[in-house]
Design a protein around this ligand. Structure first.
Ligand code: SF4
Length: 287
């Protein structure tokens, strides 16, 4: 069950197989959205679930079982499985989602992890099927999609349609379901793991954490959104000068030739190079 071929070579071998056009998951000649190996089955049965919201575990199981049954009689099963198990140069599955060669995404991930363990390369623990199903509930899917787009916990919760407390609770649970330590995992690690295990669509764009990783979930000491770094950097927003507060005009100064003038103001953002990054917003007279 190992693959030493590169994904490109394995894919080429698959597509050049003399029975490739007869594969079970090819479009049925009479019904192009159905599989020729079982015209009652939609071609979507092999892919990851892409509809809005979650997929019921029982429905998912039935869908995957039907796809696996077709794979079982497919004339290119062996080469397809080789491709499905092929890994990229950075040690990830070339095709992390869906059924390939009669194997579900999770089974192929487990095979990859076992292979890496054998080779002495540390691998993250695999989450089991039931846990993955739990991570695919409608609320957790909404939360993951929202978390992929936003880095602010309030916005994550708002976009997911829940309050911050519920959103943070789901984030904690997701860490456990995907085999991560909620105390140390970062938001980006959580999202990448979700994508790797097919819980988040492969094409989902993940907004980067920024300079310091953001914690995946609140920790047990009650901290909510926080950055993870050796020195636990904190961002402070210092208030502007009181006499230049928003809505007030700058004081007038004597002008050359008599009279007074009021300087125009412009906003200047600075980040002072201290141990802790301190972002300040001040107003200063324009040149
Ligand atoms: S083994 Fe399964 S996934 Fe691969 S080509 Fe055949 S039907 Fe499709």
């Amino acid at each position: 069950m190992t693959s030493t071929l590169t994904p490109e070579t394995a894919r080429q071998q698959l597509e050049e197989h003399r029975y490739w056009r007869y594969r079970g998951c090819a479009p049925d000649p009479d019904q192009p959205t159905r599989a020729q190996g079982n015209p009652d089955l939609s071609l979507d049965a092999w892919g990851p679930y892409t509809e809005e919201g979650g997929e019921a575990p029982s429905a998912r199981n039935l869908r995957l079982e039907a796809a696996e049954a077709v794979c079982g009689t497919c004339p290119v099963l062996a080469v397809c499985r080789t491709y499905g198990l092929s890994e990229t140069a950075d040690g990830r599955l070339a095709e992390p989602e869906g059924v390939l060669g009669g194997m579900r995404s999770l089974d192929r991930h487990k095979a990859l992890i076992a292979r890496r363990r054998e080779a002495g390369v540390p691998a993250a623990p695999a989450a089991d099927d039931a846990r993955l199903d739990e991570a695919r509930t409608a609320q957790k899917q909404a939360l993951l999609r929202s978390l992929a787009r936003e880095t602010d916990e309030e916005l994550v919760a708002y976009r997911a349609g829940m309050d911050v407390r519920t959103s943070n609770w789901h984030r904690s649970l997701l860490c456990g379901l995907l085999g991560l330590d909620k105390e140390t995992a970062s938001r980006q690690q959580l999202l990448e793991r979700a994508r790797e295990l097919g819980v988040l669509p492969a094409g989902a764009r993940i907004t980067p954490d920024g300079r310091w990783p953001i914690a995946a979930a609140p920790n047990t000491d009650g901290s909510r959104q926080r950055r993870i770094a050796p020195a636990r950097p904190v961002q402070l927003i210092l208030p502007g000068f009181p006499h230049l507060a928003r809505g007030r005009r700058a004081p007038a100064t004597p002008a050359a030739g008599g009279g007074t003038r009021r300087p125009r103001l412009r906003i200047v953002r600075t980040v002072q190079p201290l141990t802790l990054p301190i972002a300040t917003t001040v107003l200063e007279p324009a040149a």
